[in-house]
Design a protein. Structure first.
Length: 119
């Protein structure tokens, strides 16, 4: 059974940094697309970043470009989100997700980890 477990969330001051991790289990995800999404209170879930399996090409939402970096360790079946220069508007529950293909919907989702940025 596929399972995604996020960790690394917490409370941080504006301007600070956090690194989120998402450990995947149940099969190898080295060829799969992995992504991060977030949902703030009262808002829709939104795309943050993704990284494809082959070649490791990355994509980012405009709101996080230059501040967040997504990476993966295929040997550990883990994807990371390094978040720097955090702002209050980054406060949200962050979810990781995995997709079998490089395009389209994601197939598996984690339970989320809370990130709170205080000003």
């Amino acid at each position: 059974q596929v399972q995604l477990v996020e960790s690394g969330g917490g409370l941080v001051q504006a301007g600070g940094s956090l690194r989120l991790s998402c450990a995947a289990s149940g099969r190898s995800f080295s060829s799969f697309r992995m992504g991060w999404f977030r949902q703030a209170p009262g808002k829709e879930r939104e795309f943050v970043a993704s990284i494809i399996g082959s070649g490791g090409r990355t994509y980012y939402a405009d709101s996080v470009k230059g501040r967040f970096t997504i990476s993966r360790d295929n040997a550990r079946n883990t994807v990371y989100l390094q978040m720097n220069s955090l702002k209050g508007e980054d406060t949200a529950v962050y979810y990781c997700a995995v997709a079998r293909s490089d395009y389209g919907n994601y197939d598996y989702w984690g339970q989320g980890t809370q990130v709170t940025v205080s000003s």
